[in-house]
Design a protein around this ligand. Structure first.
Ligand code: ADP
Ligand code: MG
Length: 576
């Protein structure tokens, strides 16, 4: 073998390592979930690549993940028979910032230098969690299809440098050996490891195995056998017998009635790398000319990416074809305004070698997408009806994202509008609690429109002089002050057969007596109006006597087709 080469981590990796090891301290145990999830990804990738190149499976058709420990050496070993890595891939994937996600993670944290543990997995910094419990990590890996002599050994203490060495490896796949820190002996307990696997990785679709004795007999010394597994067992010792520890069935393929809430929640956590429970889920099988299964979740909290306004990284909705993982396909399977949804879609009838390009223009996929949208809206409706607290939390987290649907999804506009909640002159402070149906239910006799005002803050909306006349006549006005509201309202012209009108635009409904009064006042004020018009000239279109105001002497009004002042202001800001 050639001499080991020493390299430094990219500066950012060192930083990520530092953050991860410190912030994950209270969630140490997730290192196992992260490493198993990488092993599972590696098996997924190999299964997918082997569709086109069956030779890649040569000699070892089985895909599985083995977890073992060695009490004497104080190591934990995670081995998979997945795709493996070439030397270049090792350098690119675990020596440098592989994904733009990691970089964004750093940028996002930059301000506070404090990582929230639940964010880690989302940014693809999972591998480094090994250093939370280990002070040295060894990776032995050989890419599928490569020769035994093309194995790679990577090793690091996680403090800035790593070594790379060419080694001979008899089998493809990856072995990760964790040399535990002095006070991490609890992870050498076979029961503990088994419990962690069931807790976090039960639904990994490949068998996760532990040596028989190691798993069942924690204190036993001969558990050492396990440590040899995978690195070539000593000929004198019998090869250890393995137990499959996890469920290894794809959860979504099982009948609903046999799946407990806990299992659904655990599966959710394994999918989205979320520590929190999901708020709701919907599991359905469609049989027919085209058959598919969907298992969709609504998170209870916004993922970090969404909070940061991120739109490009859309993970969390996995496309399977006949139980083979094909790709993350959130963009192909859901419209943008439902990007917070997580889950699995398993289609029976798509070709396994389908590409992203094909997916974008696939009629079958259009149908699946339509079904997903329907399921998600059903789920949100169910929350709004049956679980007010969860629904309120949902709107807080995703309400503004959902509003984009008014613009993006014409077909479901009314359904989406029904789910939205707004602040109003009848509501409590700035709480968004009033639905359009609530509003319509208490409209005044003769009132023919849903009135709203927009401003760039709740106080500005609530304090608008435009509201005076409405208040005097006891007409409710919705107070819109979220950034997206103007844009949304531009597309929501009507709800429940009632037009939506900006208070600064439409005409107030007047009864006969009021019309008379207005006409009289206009007559009396005619000379004054002429004078004001003369003074303002081109700067106004018209000067009129109005029934809008009760306390203020005058206000600017907009004609039907003019832009609301707030929107005009926004556009000016944007340089339009
Ligand atoms: P993520 O899994 O989110 O991409 P990780 O830090 O967990 O981020 O892993 C970084 C990369 O290292 C993976 O994307 C993959 O390319 C590579 N990798 C890690 N573990 C394995 C493994 N067991 N087999 C093959 N590749 C792996
Ligand atoms: Mg990972």
């Amino acid at each position: 073998a050639t001499a080991a080469e020493t390299r430094r981590f990219e500066a950012e990796v060192a930083q990520v390592l530092h953050l991860v090891t410190h912030s994950l301290y209270s969630h140490k145990e997730i290192f196992l979930r992260e490493l198993i999830s990488n092993a599972s990804d590696a098996c997924d990738k190999l299964r997918f690549e082997s569709i086109a190149s069956p030779d890649l499976l040569a000699g070892q058709p089985e895909l599985h993940i083995d977890v073992s420990r060695d009490r004497d050496a104080r190591t934990i070993t995670i081995r998979d028979t997945g795709i493996g890595m070439s030397r270049d891939e090792v350098v690119a994937n675990i020596g440098s910032i592989a994904s733009s996600g990691t970089r964004r993670f750093l940028e996002a944290l930059g301000a506070e230098q404090k990582a929230d543990a639940r964010l880690i997995g989302q940014f693809g910094v999972g591998f480094y969690s090994a250093f939370v419990v280990a002070d040295r990590v060894t990776v032995l890996t050989r890419r599928a299809g490569a020769a035994p002599g093309e194995g790679v050994k990577w090793e690091s203490d996680g403090r800035g440098e790593y070594t790379l060495e060419a080694v001979e490896l008899p089998e493809r796949g990856t072995t990760v050996v964790l040399h535990l820190k002095a006070d991490e002996d609890e992870f050498l307990d076979g029961w503990k490891l088994r419990a962690l696997i069931t807790k976090y990785s039960d639904h990994v679709a490949f068998p996760i195995r532990m040596p028989k004795d190691a798993a069942s007999d924690a204190g036993d010394d001969d558990a050492d056998d396990a440590g040899e597994a995978g690195t070539g067992a000593d000929a004198a010792k019998p090869a250890p017998a393995w137990d499959t520890v996890n469920d290894a069935s794809a959860l979504w393929t099982r009948p609903k009635s046999e799946i407990s809430d806990d299992e659904y929640q655990n599966f959710y956590k394994s999918l989205g790398h979320d520590f929190n429970d999901a708020a709701a889920w919907s599991h359905n099988r469609v049989e027919g000319s085209q058959s598919f299964t969907t298992l969709l979740y609504i998170p209870s909290q916004p993922p970090f990416d969404l909070m940061m306004g991120g739109r490009d990284e859309r993970k969390g909705l996995k496309l399977y074809i006949k139980r083979v993982f094909i790709m993350d396909a959130a963009e192909e399977l859901l419209p943008n305004y439902l990007r917070f949804v997580r889950g699995v879609v398993d289609a029976d009838d798509l070709p396994l070698n389908v590409s992203r390009e094909i997916l974008q223009h696939n009629r079958q996929l259009e149908r699946i997408k339509g079904a997903c949208v329907k399921r998600v809206l059903d789920m949100i409706e169910r929350l709004s009806r049956d679980e007010p607290e969860k629904f309120a939390a949902f709107l807080k987290a995703f309400g503004n994202t959902l509003k984009e649907g008014i613009v993006e999804d014409h077909g479901n506009r009314e359904r989406i509008a029904k789910l939205l909640r707004f602040a109003s002159t009848r509501g409590e402070g700035d709480a968004r609690t009033v639905s359009l149906d609530d509003y319509i239910g208490r409209m005044q006799e003769g009132q023919d429109a849903i009135w709203y005002v927009t401003a760039d803050g709740h106080r500005a909306a609530a304090g608008s002089p435009q509201l005076e006349a409405f208040r005097a006549r006891d007409i409710e006005v919705l107070l819109m002050s979220d950034r997206i509201d103007e844009w949304m309202l531009g597309h929501l012209r009507e709800y429940g057969g009632k037009p939506l009108k900006h208070v600064a635009k439409g005409e107030l409904p007047l009864d006969e007596a009021e019309k008379q009064k207005l006409a009289d006042a206009a007559g009396a004020a005619a000379p004054l109006l002429e004078r004001i018009k003369g003074l303002l000239g081109d700067r106004v279109e018209d000067v009129r006597v109005s029934a809008r105001l009760t306390d203020s002497p005058s206000c600017l009004a907009l004609s039907e087709w003019e832009m609301a002042p707030h929107l005009a202001h926004l556009l000016r800001e944007a340089g339009q």
